[in-house]
Every structure is written in structure tokens, then in C-alpha cells.
Write a protein that binds this ligand. Structure first.
Ligand code: KIV
Length: 279
């Protein structure tokens, strides 16, 4: 395994050469699946709060839970670049605490970098984390940890003012040292402008086809989260329905005596059976 492949800076090399493909994962099994499929990087996203823990949003996520998810993904996808998502309040209180928490993603979660939500307002914190030797992936546009301020989970950058702010945020994040920037729920043409304005790769989620790469939530790609199917998601398999059908079949076969059959049963040697039946 080339160590460079596991460096977030390997993504920078791909800008303008080949599309970058990322996906989220949260546990050992999903990590094995996405590594086997050959993604360029894995984000252990704080979306785990919703798709793994059934919370309504990501605010309740904390460092302890994130580290459990990161450790599991690191065991399942040893040879893939892994980025941990810094949860709400893990980088807001002080730069010292932000560096410490980012460090835990590397030290305990075995991640190769962290993602931080926000633009200009978090740039100096990002700079401090980068200066501590921890690569940072920026995230602007729809930032769910700021959804209260944004007035919900809405497409961003539709007005002149907000579009200009996003362009500025991207440039500020680049100067702060991020290795790439996630653009979430941004009109495609604006994502194109941002992609052309910065030298680091842009990774879109709901940001159209002109970004340097794409990322989606694992559960959306494999159809395991039917509660929410945003417009920008493409579902490649209806996993919830397929798995539910399999479990229904299991219940039916148990109830009707088809399962377990001889094939799924262990045998006892005949003499042993005779002996115990005598007693
Ligand atoms: O938490 C997450 O899954 C994310 C992606 C949607 C980019 O931040």
C-alpha cells in the first residue's frame, strides 16, 4: 500500500485529472464494502447520528461516539484514506480543544484527517489544526451543524450575497490550508465558479457535476434510509426493501418449518444417539 494513497494530499493531485469519489461509512461492514468497491476516500460523517443512531439531526453527536465509528471503519478499510467528521461543539470552544479533538481522530480513530464545517468564521481554527499537522477537509454550503442559523436544510448560494460569501469562504479556507472543500447543496453553476477559483479540489454533495469530486452518504447510495431521500441522491440499490424482503422470507420459513433444514443442522454420531436414548 503506497503511503501517499493514504495521504489527504493525494486527492489534490487528482484535481483536473480524474474525478474524486468519496462515500461515508460508519462501521466495519460498510467500511469493507466501500473499500472493496474502490472509493478514493471515506468520510466517517456525523450523519451517523441520523443513519446509525436514529437521531433527528447531527447536533447530538459527540467525540466518544465518533471515535467508536472511526475505529470500526479503520478496522474495516485499512487501505483507504479515512477522514473523521468533527462533531458539533468539538472545535468551537477554543483552538486548543479543536486541536486536541482533531488529534483524537488521528490517535484513537486512526483517521488521516478531519472535516470541519464552516467558512471564514472557522478559518483560524482550521489553520491551527493544520499547523498541528492534521489535514483538514473544509465544508461549506449547507452545513447541517449551522442549520439553525441557515433556517433549515436548504440549498445555499441562491442570492448574490450568499453566492459571493461562498466564493469568499472557499478562498479563505484554501488560505487556511484545507486539502479539499466539500460543497453541499449549492447550485451547479456556482459550484463550477468555486471549483475554478480554488486550487484545492471541491467535493460536491448536491452541487452538480462541475466539482472535482462527489460524496454521498452510504445509506443513501444503497437505499438504507428511506426516511429521507433528497433530490440530489441517486439510489443504486433499494437496500431497505431488499433486506426487509429477506428478513420476511426468514420469518416465513421459520414459521412454516422450512428453516432450519437438515442442511443447516449438525449431526450427532449414531452410537452416541443410541446411547443417550437408552437412558
Ligand atoms: O456527515 C456527513 O455525512 C457529511 C456529508 C454529507 C458530507 O458531512
Amino acid at each position: 500500500m503506497s503511503l501517499f494513497k493514504l495521504s489527504p494530499y493525494s486527492l489534490k493531485e487528482k484535481k483536473g485529472k480524474e474525478p474524486i469519489v468519496g462515500i461515508t461509512a460508519y462501521d466495519y461492514t460498510s467500511a469493507r464494502i466501500v473499500e472493496d468497491a474502490g472509493v478514493d476516500f471515506i468520510l466517517i460523517g456525523d450523519s451517523a447520528a441520523m443513519v446509525m443512531l436514529g437521531e433527528e439531526d447531527t447536533f447530538s453527536m459527540d467525540m466518544d461516539k465518533m471515535l467508536i465509528f472511526c475505529k470500526a471503519v479503520s478496522r474495516g478499510a485499512k487501505d483507504t484514506l479515512r477522514i473523521g467528521d468533527m462533531p458539533f461543539l468539538s472545535y468551537h470552544l477554543s483552538k486548543r480543544e479543536a486541536i486536541y479533538n482533531a488529534g483524537l481522530f488521528v490517535k484513537e480513530g486512526r483517521c488521516h484527517g478531519v472535516k470541519v464545517e464552516g467558512g471564514e468564521e472557522v478559518a483560524s481554527t482550521i489553520e491551527a489544526i493544520v499547523n498541528a499537522g492534521i489535514p483538514v477537509l473544509g465544508h461549506i454550503g449547507l452545513t447541517p451543524q449551522r442549520s439553525m442559523e441557515l433556517g433549515g436544510l436548504k440549498v445555499q448560494g441562491k442570492t448574490i450575497e450568499s453566492a459571493k460569501k461562498l466564493i469568499k469562504d472557499a478562498k479563505v479556507l484554501e488560505s487556511a490550508g484545507v486539502f479539499a472543500i466539500v460543497l453541499e447543496c449549492v447550485p451547479a453553476e456556482l459550484a463550477k465558479v468555486i471549483t475554478e477559483e480554488v486550487e484545492v479540489p471541491t467535493i460536491g454533495i448536491g452541487a452538480g457535476k462541475f466539482t472535482d469530486g462527489q460524496i454521498l452518504v452510504f445509506h443513501d447510495v444503497v437505499g438504507l434510509f428511506p426516511e429521507m431521500r433528497p433530490k440530489f441522491v441517486k439510489t443504486y440499490v433499494y437496500g431497505f426493501e431488499a433486506l426487509s424482503a429477506a428478513v420476511k422470507m426468514y420469518i416465513k420459513e421459520c414459521k412454516s418449518g422450512i428453516f432450519p433444514s437438515e442442511k443447516e443442522s449438525y449431526k450427532i454420531p449414531e452410537e452416541t444417539l443410541k446411547e443417550i436414548l437408552k437412558e
